[in-house]
Design a protein. Structure first.
Length: 331
């Protein structure tokens, strides 16, 4: 692994699924790779979701997404953290990729099918989403993409796009690999069914009000086959234990599962412990976010510095691409 890239959409409140599936890995990789770790807030991607996108709030959400990532441990002085639209080469390369991506490859993408099913009118931006994502990754010639399981299919498509470009125009791009957090590749939403997603409203936000988080935890579905408190429960049938395993020490989880199986404890007790353990992870993130909110110039300057670094790399790749595809160069 020599260079990583990943991104997050400013499409709503950043949640524990984003944190566990993506950001936590980004922080660790950033410590190891420094500036070779590229992370971006993908604002152009967020335009593809008409339910979440509002021109009046996009800029604020983009800024806040960057701030939350920093609060969660991404150090912009070490890694390259920037906003996608500040590096216009992403969209430029995505056009070239569009011309060599079969339509059928895009219409079979699971994310496209899921999201399109929820929209009355489906715009082609949603269909092209994975092509822009391929450009985000390949413009930096990144070899590793730390993401949640939901993005694996898109990374496979990125590999195919790289392969096709290389076959047509000569060896240019690596074939990047997805990197999952084995502990939490797909965090379920609070409904216990769908993936936790900003756009589904089934989230626990990193900066969400404590009382609101507790209310959500309190209402998490129990093992449906446990009707009375005296019934033995199956910890594998409730997301209370799924969530607990993300945040509590292994021994504590094992002991509570044992008690739950014997009907020694009710779910409410486990939920209280889950809340406490979760808040141990969230409190320091909130404290750092409060500090960063007091210094918005620091956040903005860091993003501009990140974009400058990213652009130097992206511009060089784009020059190479223009030449290889045979455009008349403005020399
Ligand atoms: P949206 O609903 O707008 O698509 P999202 O919650 O899916 O939002 P994204 O910005 O699309 O978030 O994804 C950012 C990163 O978080 C990606 O790497 C994605 O794979 C990861 N991710 C998103 N949801 C989860 C989840 N529930 N579990 C694990 N990883 C996740
Ligand atoms: Mg998503």
């Amino acid at each position: 692994m020599t260079r990583v890239l990943s991104g997050i959409q400013p499409s709503g409140e950043i949640h524990i699924g984003n944190y566990l599936g993506a950001i936590k890995q980004w922080v660790e990789l950033g410590e190891r790779l420094g500036r070779e770790a590229f992370f971006c807030i993908v604002d152009y991607h967020a335009l593809t979701n008409p339910l979440a996108y509002d021109p009046a709030t996009l800029a604020r959400r983009t800024f806040e997404a960057a701030l939350v990532n920093m609060a969660a441990g991404l150090n912009p002085e070490k890694v390259t953290l920037f906003v996608q639209s500040h590096v216009p080469e992403h969209t430029e390369l995505s056009w070239v990729f569009t011309t060599l991506t079969p339509l059928g490859d895009l219409t079979r993408m699971t994310q496209f099918k899921d999201k399109a099913a929820k929209q009355e009118a489906v715009w082609s931006g949603l269909l092209m989403y994975p092509v822009l994502q391929a450009a985000d990754i390949l413009i930096y010639k990144a070899d590793t993409v730390p993401v949640g399981e939901d993005q694996v299919q898109h990374i496979e498509l990125t590999r195919e796009i790289a392969r096709r470009f290389n076959a047509l125009f000569g060896e240019t791009f690596p074939e990047p690999k997805a990197l999952l957090n084995p502990e939490a590749p797909r965090v379920p939403g609070i409904d216990g069914k769908a993936k936790m997603s900003k756009s589904l409203g089934n989230t626990i936000g990193l900066l969400e009000d404590e009382r609101s988080i507790w209310e959500k935890i309190r209402h998490l579905p129990d093992d449906p086959q446990r009707i009375r408190l005296a019934d033995p429960g199956d910890p594998e049938r409730t997301i209370v234990f799924t969530y607990l395993s993300y945040f509590a020490p292994k021994e504590l989880v094992a002991a509570l599962k044992e008690e739950y199986r014997k009907a020694g404890i009710g779910t409410l007790v486990v939920k209280r412990i889950l809340f406490e353990e979760l808040m141990k992870t969230l409190r320091p993130i909130r404290e750092r976010a409060e500090e960063l909110k007091k210094d918005p110039d620091y956040v903005m300057d860091a993003l501009l510095e990140g974009a400058k670094r990213a652009r130097a790399v992206a511009a060089a790749t784009m020059e190479e691409v223009r030449e290889k595809v045979g455009l008349l160069l403005p020399t």
